[in-house]
Design a protein around this ligand. Sequence first.
Ligand code: NDP
Ligand code: 2IT
Length: 468
Amino acid sequence: MLRICSSGVTRWFSIIMSDYTSRIMDQVRAKNGHETEFLQAVQEVLATISPVLAAQPKYEANAILERIVEPERVITFRVPWMDDKGNYQVNRGYRVEFNSAIGPYKGGLRFHPSVNLGILKFLGFEQVFKNSLTTLAMGGGKGGADFDPKGKSDNEVMRFCQSFMSELQRHIGPDTDVPAGDIGVGGREIGYMFGQYKRLRNEFTGVLTGKARNWGGSLIRPEATGYGTVYFAQNMLATKGEDFVGKVCTVSGSGNVAQYTVEKLNELGAKPVTLSDSAGFIHDPAGIDAEKLAWVMDLKNVRRGRISEYAKQFPGATFYAGQRPWGITCDCAFPSATQNEINGAEATTLIKNGCGLVAEGANMPTDLEGIDVYLESKILYGPAKAANAGGVATSGLEMAQNSQRLNWTREEVDAKLKSIMKNIHDNAQSHAREYSADSKGDYTNYVAGSNMAGFVKVADSMIDQGLV
Ligand code: NDP
Ligand code: 2IT
């Protein structure tokens, strides 16, 4: 039996790794040593699922861990395109098809200069368990490119998307692999990629989600990740008999997830006070109300400007260059920008300042030391793969509508999203109660609960389908 002690983490979850999980973690490290984000994501899962592995020896007997940490298929390809000056440019494109035990590969595309195989493998691995939690039939995948859409013209983005899809179209399809958006990929990029797929394949199908309403998109999909994260947090608060009224909330990022997190927080009577981007954060002690949010949406989605401009527009707000918002006193925090944006010291500061809830809109925004701090402090902590699953769940609802050639109303989709988020919450809670020794009284370790709940469904399906 081994205690987890890599990357400076000594007390993490106070859970002991079993011989089986330690052996697999060692193998994953040996094979993927340079993929630090992937190792981090695997460690977080393996450190929590020993109780179900011990209760069900069939998982080890069927080599489930050995198989579940290895993507079914990894595709990398050259993406050549021409910029507005006529220069040739080349980027690297990827699709990681991680696991199809419970449905077609499903997961977003990220366009960001930091994209590499390790980051996409971490995201694909997370997606497998997240999609399992949604209750819908979706396997896990992720893709993208090291392309930076920032500062590019619409025509450059279009040419890049067309070139990217010219290769990706060979590997995807509505029953095979259904990509969507992520960082740097929103409605504009999905539109250009859908157009190219349709042209090359001569098919109008639900091959991508996050489409515009006029050509097969679902109402509420743009809002779904942010709304879903707040719904998940609402469910956590309800376990303490609390709601959002009057709660001061810090939010990071200023893209899709952050914007709709702020919108829903305002609707529920909370006061969101921060937003950020890679250059720094703004703090508006008076609150980022609906009117200010409309200005932010125009700034980010139409004018494609920087969040620092908020402080020039709204007196009373301050821009802190090069900093993250976790030093601002708050009741609840919603990291919604990117991975590893909260470290152990920042998590400690949050809690010292009275933060009692963290709900992760971004994927893996807290590092392992930070998670350790949340769990030791026993705050309400909604980990990414549970808290932000509303986005991909609503993608699943978009796929269902496309298959039926029907559109559901806003109210119908929102009601389904709410019910899925409650289901994810309750499923994580019941798995934590059954298997995680620290989940007693009104405390739930949602990390352990959601990892185990997500794992069991995929693992059982893999056993049913034999050695593939
Ligand atoms: P967007 O591209 O719309 O927004 C991303 C935001 O995060 C921007 O404000 C961006 O700032 C900031 N950001 C990105 N990279 C960094 C970085 N390295 N350091 C600091 N800030 C950064 O993406 P989304 O809102 O869609 O995604 C945000 C997070 O949510 C990601 O972790 C994504 O994986 C996750 N997620 C998204 C879902 C979706 O449906 N879209 C679903 C589930 C999770 P800047 O403009 O300066 O780059
Ligand atoms: O991380 C995620 O869950 C997403 N980027 C959304 C994926 C999707 O297929 O909607």
